[in-house]
Ligand binder design. Structure first.
Ligand SMILES: Cc1ncc(COP(=O)(O)O)c(C=O)c1O
Length: 462
């Protein structure tokens, strides 16, 4: 079993090896010190329904985290019950729905969502029983304020809320955010701020400070819990004073507001993971957390400044700056070079791919986070710049359109070490395209993505 698990681990490129620049996903290299309490029996051996007098330490930690997250978000209350960001969205929207019902306005069930939103936003709104209406974005990637005003007016009697991500999933601080929030409040609706990009806000601003009513946080992004592969996570929600009564409750353990719903089976959700976030909060402190935000934005802008000479960067602000992440556009090459192939070529250079084709088709969304040092960011830029040369070779006909290092990426050890090599480029170019390249050896060459998605294969190693 141990060998099997190790074999699986070795198939994966993790953060202890290289940067995982997944835009919107905030993949930080978490400190080992934050992870240590997970192996302490006092945390690991606790049942979620243990009598409260046997879990005083846990409860003290939970209360302190709730308090610190409320301060960070500028809100009055917090619930740690939701187990993921999407679950937080659903819980936060349920709070909003219950608030309108309690105020005698059950007809308020329209949720405005900008076209740039993460896919979980409309899915959560639909799940919370709301009707989703999409708000257009302008060519700068910001919310189209005229369209927002028109829709707020059109749905003024049935509008429940706006769901907005800040900085937006286009990687830029939306300049009109305060106007946007005012427009929604002026028709009696509330503002849900998706806090997945909180890594660009902590200590500098907050959803509460801007006037939003609810937000979720992804502790498994901004607050240091490692994540990937679908979980587990913690997606707490924080709310303004008027919504505190509607925070998630529990039938067995007394938590949340008097008028809330139970959202998860356990009263404090994935409580076992909380020591990681607690360690992160306590070890950094207020100043440290603010520095994290500044470094995250600085790192992203360092990458932008180096890469923009080689690639088009979408949606920067009027000073040409991005937030804590950026979208690199490959549309101009798309007739001959697929963005998915470029993502796979990065494995040959030793990197995990950035986020592919979200939120814009044929793009890569890059987020370095504060945890990457200059040397690692330079290694990534060097790889991207070398790939640009490979793209140019294809575009100009110097490389074969179908048989080139990008189209054939990633290169496995079996392919590179085989006796036969009939490709029009060298083995060295395939596997060690740069002198300082830390090649990652994937266990399989490229497969047809769409075919693979539709045809599940189970292969057993004997
Ligand atoms: C902007 C945004 N909102 C919501 C989510 C959902 O969070 P989770 O993956 O924890 O459900 C994500 C995660 O990818 C996100 O990037």
């Amino acid at each position: 079993m141990m060998r099997y698990i190790k074999m699986l681990e070795e198939k994966d490129l993790s953060l202890n090896r290289a940067m995982i620049p997944l835009g919107s996903c905030t993949m930080k290299l978490n400190a080992a010190a934050e992870m240590m309490p997970l192996s302490w029996s006092k945390f690991a051996g606790m049942h979620p329904f243990v009598p409260a007098d046997q879990a005083q330490g846990y409860l003290e930690m939970i209360r302190d985290i709730e308090h610190q997250l409320a301060v960070i978000t500028g809100f009055a209350g917090c619930s740690l019950q939701p187990n993921s960001g999407a679950f937080g969205e659903y819980s936060g929207l349920t709070v909003i729905r219950n608030y309108h019902i309690a105020n005698g306005q059950p007809q308020r069930n329209v949720c405005l969502i900008p076209a740039s939103a993460h896919g979980t936003n409309p899915a959560s709104a639909a799940k919370a029983g709301m009707t989703v209406v999409v708000v257009k974005c302008n060519d700068k990637g910001d919310v189209d304020i005229d369209d927002l005003k028109a829709k707020a007016e059109q749905y003024k009697d049935t509008l429940s809320c706006l769901m907005i991500t800040y900085p937006s999933t286009h990687g830029a601080f939306e300049e009109g955010i305060l106007d946007i929030i005012n427009i929604i409040h002026s028709v009696g609706a509330l503002v849900y701020m998706d806090g997945a990009n909180m890594n660009a806000q902590v200590g500098l601003t907050s959803p509460g400070h801007m006037g939003a009513d609810v937000c979720h946080l992804n502790l498994h992004k901004t607050f240091a819990m490692p994540h990937g592969g679908g979980g587990p996570g913690v997606g707490p929600i924080c709310v303004s004073q008027k919504l505190v009564d509607f925070l998630p409750t529990h039938p067995v353990v007394e938590v949340g507001g008097k008028k809330g719903n139970t959202m998860a089976a356990a009263p404090y959700g994935s409580a076992y993971l909380l020591p990681i976030t607690y360690g992160y909060l306590l070890m950094l402190g207020g100043e440290g957390l603010t520095d994290v935000t500044k470094h995250a934005i600085l790192n992203a802008n360092y990458l932008r400044a180096r890469l923009q000479k080689y690639y088009k960067i979408l949606y920067t602000n009027r000073n040409g700056m991005c937030g804590h992440e950026m979208i690199v556009d490959f549309n101009e090459f798309s007739l001959k070079v697929g963005v998915g192939d470029i993502a796979k070529r990065l494995m040959d250079y030793g990197f995990h791919a950035p986020t592919v084709a979200f939120p814009v088709h044929n793009t890569l969304m890059v987020e370095p986070t504060e945890s990457e040092p200059l040397s690692e960011m330079d290694r990534f830029c060097d790889a991207m710049i070398a790939i640009r040369q490979e793209i140019d070779d294809i575009m100009t006909g110097k490389s074969d359109e179908k048989n080139n290092p990008i189209a054939n990426a990633p290169h496995t050890m079996q392919v590179v070490c085989a006796d036969e090599w009939d490709r029009p480029y060298s083995r060295q170019k395939a596997a060690f395209p740069q002198p300082h390249c830390e090649k990652y050896w994937p266990t399989i060459s490229k497969i047809d993505d769409a075919y693979g998605d539709r045809n599940l294969q189970a292969v057993w190693a004997e």
